[in-house]
Every structure is written in C-alpha cells, then in structure tokens.
Design a protein around this ligand. Sequence first.
Ligand code: B1M
Length: 234
Amino acid sequence: MSNQELLSKLTEAVVEGSAEKAKTAVDSLLNAGVDPVEIMQVGVAGGMARIGQLFQDFEVYLPELMLAADVGKACLEQLAPHMTKKQSASASLGKVVLGTMTGDVHDIGKNLVGAVLGASGFEVYDLGVDVPPLNFVKKAEEVKATIIGLSSLLTTSLPYQKDLVAYLNDMGLRQNYYVVVGGGPVTPEWAGKIKSDGYARLATEAVELCRQLVACGKKPPLDSPIIIGSQTND
Ligand code: B1M
C-alpha cells in the first residue's frame, strides 16, 4: 500500500472513531518512514476536518465528535515520542508559554504545536485548555518566556487573545513577549487586528514562525505580524 493510501486509511479510522484501525495505520506509516508530524497534519487532521464538517452538517453528533477526538489524541500520544527523537542536543531556542484560550477545550492542535516546538529546540510551558489571559502573563513572567502562543478553535474564544495583548500593554509588559496566534478561526487579518506578532496556520509553520521571531533582532511588538501559511476555511 502506498503512503498516500495509508494516510487515507488513517483519516478514515479517525472519522470512524476506530482507535484500533488508527493505531495499525500509524504503525504502518511509521514503519514506512513517514514523518510523524506529516502523519498528524495530513492523516489525523484530515479526519478531524471531515468529522467536523459532518458535525456541522448534522450528519454526526457530539458522541461521534468525541470519539474521533479520542482517536486523534491517541495518535498524537503514539507519535509524539517519534517527534522528540528528532530533537538536536543544541541549547534552547527560547521559552514558549502555550495554551488554549478561555472557554475553549480543543487541545489536539495545540498539543501538536507544543510537541513540534519542543522537538525543534524550544522549551514549552503548556498551560492546557480554557486558560484565562492573565494566566499566560503570569506564567510568562515566572519563566521569563520569549513567546506567548495562543490557540483558539472556537470563534467565541478569539476575544480573549485580544484581551491578552491588552493586558500586556496595560501592565507595561508588551515589549517583553512576542505574541503568536493560531487555530481554526484565527486569520492573518485577526493577527494584525489584535496587534500580535505572528500567525501560523500549521504546527510546523508555528515552529518556523517562532524561529523567525527569535532571530528577527527586533523587540516586540512588531509593526505588523509575521504571517506563515495562509488560512482557508474549508
Ligand atoms: Co469542537 N468544534 N466543539 N470539539 N471540534 C470545532 C472547532 C468546529 C469547527 C466543528 C464544526 O462545527 N465544524 C466548531 C467550532 C465552530 C466555531 O466556533 N467556529 C466546534 C464546536 C461548535 C464545538 C462545541 C461547541 C460543540 C458542542 O458542544 N455543541 C464544543 C465546544 C467545547 C469547548 O471548547 N468549550 C466542541 C467540542 C469538541 C470535542 C470536545 C468533542 C472535541 C475536542 C477534543 C479535544 O481537542 N480534546 C472537538 C473536536 C475534535 C473538533 C474538531 C472536529 C477537530 C479539532 C481538531 O482537533 N483538529 C473541530 C472541527 C475542525 O477543526 N475542522 C471542531 C485537528 C487538529 C490537529 O487541528 O486544532 O485545527 P487544529 O490545529 C491545527 C491548526 O489550527 C494549527 O496547528 C494544527 C495543525 O498543524 N494550530 C496552531 C492550532 N493551534 C495553533 C496555535 C499556533 C499556531 C498554529 O500558534 C500558537
């Protein structure tokens, strides 16, 4: 079976909510030497996008969505150690405080972002889900972070990204942290509107974004955000 067919099998297994079939597909893909991040971003995320569409069209309901999410999380758990193996022994590129905004419990994409950032040499402090803006600020101050990474999957959690930037300004801390944003409803326009420092569409692009920020030689806030990857709503 080709790698493309194996990725399609994985996508189908996620949509079906079959942990067993997904594990078999992931094993085969790893054995075939497919990059673990690609397995997540193409095979698993493809299944998530499809089940999300079916949910939106009332063809499946919350239980199916939850089942698919469990399968997606299990795939990431299986794949994460293979991502870490690629980590070089070089010094930390910077500290990133990461989390999903208030009211939002979606964490598969955010966890993938954390895994690839960690595997690429960043020190990641993952605050989890449903994180109020001030908690990001507190953690960033505590660990002396370089970057604050905000993930939102719900449109209703987007305003909290804006609040976080406002808090940093009000507290006189904006110049200490680059703020980067991502997740389904986040667009490059939104990243600019809230005066963040960067937007990335995919987890791999978040790594590129953070690398560019730590190397840019300019203090935050940037005049306009660095945009990596274009956003589509399909
Ligand atoms: Co919900 N959900 N969900 N859901 N869910 C969406 C997001 C939705 C688009 C589905 C739909 O209707 N089509 C919709 C949101 C609509 C909107 O607001 N625009 C939705 C809804 C409505 C809901 C509920 C309200 C449903 C209900 O209860 N009636 C509810 C809300 C719960 C809450 O948060 N308070 C809900 C619940 C759930 C589950 C719990 C069942 C489950 C989440 C489980 C979990 O995460 N632990 C779930 C799931 C699985 C989804 C979908 C199907 C898949 C999300 C996912 O994991 N994708 C999703 C549909 C969709 O996204 N198309 C949907 C795979 C993951 C790898 O991709 O997270 O996008 P993603 O991450 C990507 C990029 O976005 C990027 O990197 C990753 C790829 O490399 N990225 C970043 C993410 N964060 C980044 C940060 C960065 C940079 C890049 O920098 C910091």
